[in-house]
Design a protein around this ligand. Sequence first.
Ligand code: GDP
Length: 411
Amino acid sequence: ISASLKSGQLREGQASSSSAAAAVEEEKEGKKENKVVVCARCHSLRHYGVVKRPEAEPLLPDFDFVAAVGPRLASPSGARSLVLLLADASDFDGSFPRAVARLVAAAGEAHGSDWKHGAPANLPRALLVVTKLDLLPTPSLSPDDVHAWAHSRARAGAGGDLRLAGVHLVSAARGWGVRDLLDHVRQLAGARGNVWAVGARNVGKSTLLNAIARCSGIEGGPTLTEAPVPGTTLDVIQVDGVLGSQAKLFDTPGLLHGHQLTSRLTREEQKLVRVSKEMRPRTYRLKPGQSVHIGGLVRLDIEELTVGSVYVTVWASPLVPLHMGKTENAAAMVKDHFGLQLQPPIGQQRVNELGKWVRKQFKVSGNSWDENSRDIAIAGLGWFGIGLKGEAVLGLWTYDGVDVVSRNSLV
Ligand code: GDP
């Protein structure tokens, strides 16, 4: 599959239906020399640039970057490796490619701390690229704050001493930050470097690489697959012409993050959960014994509170309904409303399919009702911003295996 894909450019809507039909016939009859057997999905991608059966479940297994690319990162030949770690601004912790970041951090740690004058040439370097910045309520955020916040979340995600060569806040959709990123990548890659773009499925990698290619003056040249269906970039693909004569840019397949809620949702459910426009806050004032639901996916209970009430702001897709009510009625909500009024999941039978409903407890403290003190972020969905004075004990319910983290507040 990889050989056949590498040999052909993946472009949207290139083949006419008659040439595509002829290709199918040729493949059936094995007329062409060196014919490679491809699955239906790859065939669709190769010949049409799109997946023909969007209702089908993702067929691709996860891409193991650490095993596939890891050994090539520390290059004894002197060709510098640069990893672009992509994370979605609207789901930073869920989408951050932490296994790859850990690999980069571990390489640095193994080398010791003795590199005041820049990283040694054979150590991989990394740039953090925060995508889809336009989804954040940018007018009320300072770029410096987002920058520092993203840096600290990346270090937390890497769980070690991740040294970043830089942090870029970009929106490929709006063209924000793409030129700066390209300039920095070119500078770090030098004449012969290898650059690897890495990110979870749907992080916006294809859109960004297309924007970078356009920015570097490539029109009608190598265009990557850009599809509303996540995970449609297959195998490692070299993007020619972007970095200069000998430096190479590689696009890697989108990583499958089982800890992101979206990874267990159907296409229809994903459409409800995915954020496509600038996020808008929905705020509740809650007292102990009250709960707020995000669809049939997550519930936050105020279990204990030392002072007054707590302000809970939901940052999630506006297509997912919220419900506020008494915690004592929450069990009935699951039975009577999950999958119906509270979607996703779509349909009551999907509730059990999503997994066991489990609780995590968080203790948070703060000193202002006007500002959020903490975020409770749910991978693949969004987050609750918590504004309070004093201390609170919060219960967060979601499906087993979905990552939930308490973090410094973003907004
Ligand atoms: P990939 O799976 O990482 O290659 O992701 P894609 O590039 O296919 O993008 C996934 C989805 O995010 C698509 O619906 C894109 O239109 C959308 N997207 C990509 N970049 C941006 C961006 O900068 N802003 C917004 N709002 N949406 C984006």
